[in-house]
Design a protein around this ligand. Structure first.
Ligand SMILES: *[C@@H]1O[C@H](CO)[C@@H](O)[C@H](O)[C@H]1NC(C)=O
Ligand SMILES: *[C@@H]1O[C@H](CO)[C@@H](O)[C@H](O)[C@H]1NC(C)=O
Length: 172
């Protein structure tokens, strides 16, 4: 009894020190695997609807189609239905892409709704976070994974290239 009473303040201090050390030790950075590549095709610029707001122009610009292809085989796995980007083109030149991208999986005809939000530049490219919702049994694993997408601007300004990365299993 006595020894435990003596020990408890010490144990408390040790626990606090341990908690501090744990809190201040960074976890190793996550690693990402390329899962899909693909294209997003933009519609005519004059069809963009613009709202001038406090941070710049929110541009509802049409995306007419596109696809996702297997990063390893290049085989098309999904096609993009017509939609619109609703990103903000800021006065400083920065671009904040924002869209909900509806895809149809080739494997089973089911849909995926991929919500994307990010930061970059409309002329040079962006990084975006992608949240996937799908009822496809083949791709249901994507509902619980974390994805980032690198958007690159190709030779044609009407066609953006994308590479989608998921957190590698080894780093979860
Ligand atoms: C919106 O802005 C684009 C240029 O970024 C322009 O081509 C287009 O005509 C504008 N849309 C409207 C409805 O004014
Ligand atoms: C994906 O779609 C783009 C744009 O429509 C097209 O240029 C490209 O050839 C397609 N890729 C494949 C592998 O079909």
């Amino acid at each position: 009894m006595r020894s435990s009473r003596l020990l408890s303040p010490l144990t408390g201090i040790l626990a606090a020190v341990f908690a501090l050390v744990v809190a201040q030790t960074p976890q190793p950075p996550p690693t990402f695997d390329a899962i899909f590549t693909g294209q997003i095709v933009s519609g005519p610029t004059q069809d963009a609807l613009n709202t001038t707001g406090p941070f710049g122009i929110r541009q509802h610009a049409p995306d007419t189609g596109g696809n996702l292809t297997d990063a390893k085989t290049g085989e098309v796995v999904a096609t993009l239905l017509p939609t619109a980007d609703t990103g903000i083109l800021s006065n400083s030149g920065m671009f904040f892409p924002s869209a909900v991208l509806p895809y149809v999986w080739k494997a089973d005809g089911k849909l995926a709704s991929i919500t994307v939000n990010g930061i970059g530049n409309i002329n040079t490219g962006s990084f975006i976070y992608a949240h996937v919702e799908t009822d496809s049994p083949t791709y249901s694993w994507m509902n619980s994974n974390f994805f980032i997408v690198r958007v690159t601007v190709g030779e044609s300004p009407m066609e953006a290239g994308i590479t989608m990365y998921g957190v590698a299993e080894s780093s979860t």
